[in-house]
Design a binder for this molecule. Sequence first.
Ligand SMILES: [Cu+2]
Length: 109
Amino acid sequence: MKAKGYLLAGAAVVLAVAFLLVCSEGKSEETVIDFKIKGMTCNHCVENVTKALQSVEGVDTAIVYFEEDSAVVRYKDQKPSEEALVKAVEKAGYGAEVMSEAGAPAEND
Ligand SMILES: [Cu+2]
């Protein structure tokens, strides 16, 4: 039966595409920087901080968590300057601190 053959071919294509999608996702070298954000009091603040972070060169996406007073910045090729990110947030009227991977404030002397 020809129809069965087409069906099998179709299933193979679907599997191949799904496989490629999974692979490309694993390959993308997206990395994150975590921040502690200070001074946010409402969702408008969240928007301000998000925009400030996203305005910095190299930032792919910025997600701000109001309840945790934190933000996660994702970047791809070139790591954005942490100093530039902190300054952007401060310029918007809030405080920002880079967190270490363990979630504790990064040491700075
Ligand atoms: Cu606000």
